[in-house]
Design a protein around this ligand. Sequence first.
Ligand code: SF4
Length: 180
Amino acid sequence: MADVKIDKAPAGLEGPGFFATSLDQAVGLARKNSLWPMPFATSCCGIEFMATMASTYDLGRFGAERLSYSPRQADMLLVMGTIAKKMGPVLRKVYEQMAEPKWVVAVGACASSGGIFDTYSVLQGIDRIIPVDVYVPGCPPRPEQILDGIMRVQDLVQNESIRRRDSPEYKALLEKYQIQ
Ligand code: SF4
């Protein structure tokens, strides 16, 4: 029989026959285990992501095997590869088309900082144009590192208030990027 691992219950009050928790925690638990990734892969890091999806590493174990190639049906943007400045507006459009709540992972050195391409044509990190939640180091990162980055997103999702997106801090962040 398969060794099924049950996710631990969120913080709450427990007693015989009952368990009570906050709505934030219950929604966070559901969201964390049903992320829909949108792969924005432009070069080699995308190949590592393909390995992350395949049987050995199997992103499906985290409830995130349903890839979305439409930004409107995705909530986790994975940017993998070198992003040329010309591609910047396209990436930003994809981000803007994703509905809230959404999270962004910069996978690998290129997406995080331009990587080895310190040149006029390459965006020196996607956080110049969109907010990033998690950075995965490496050139390329191994599938284990990509999984670790996604688990860091899961931590954020589990502990995020469902009202965070209405908070002044979040609005200020979007304003900084001139995103409406
Ligand atoms: S970080 Fe390295 S492996 Fe990833 S896209 Fe850039 S050059 Fe390729």
